[in-house]
Design a protein around this ligand. Structure first.
Ligand code: SF4
Ligand code: SF4
Length: 103
């Protein structure tokens, strides 16, 4: 599922540049995550990068956007295609079409 940022956010700015999907942006008062772009870093990294760097641990999973790993991988493939980088043309990416997707 996508992740979300809680009101505990202190606007430290460190998570935004770490997101491989450009899913994090400044909202009205704190940073926010676009659930349409957050793949939990599936396809890019083994762990959510924003969670790794957040100093106040305010980025839990979003219960309103429950997704399986297969759905997250499909989102990753779509986002890559929209960015002009189809996964089957990118060497070494775990999302390559010829790599088995496990739930
Ligand atoms: S989990 Fe990954 S894709 Fe989702 S917002 Fe955090 S850094 Fe971006
Ligand atoms: S790393 Fe955490 S505290 Fe800093 S801007 Fe991101 S969500 Fe907010």
């Amino acid at each position: 599922m996508a992740l979300t940022i809680t009101s505990e956010c202190i606007n430290c700015d460190v998570c935004e540049p770490e997101c491989p999907n450009q899913a994090i942006s400044m909202g009205e008062s704190i940073y926010v995550i676009d659930p349409a772009k957050c793949t939990e870093c599936v396809g890019h990294f083994g762990e959510p990068q924003c969670v790794q760097v957040c100093p106040v641990e305010c980025i839990p999973v979003d219960p309103h956007h429950v997704e399986t790993r297969v759905q997250l991988m499909a989102k990753f493939v779509r986002l890559q295609a929209e960015a002009g980088k189809p996964v089957d043309t990118v060497e070494g990416l775990p999302g390559r079409a010829d790599v088995a997707i496990t739930p």
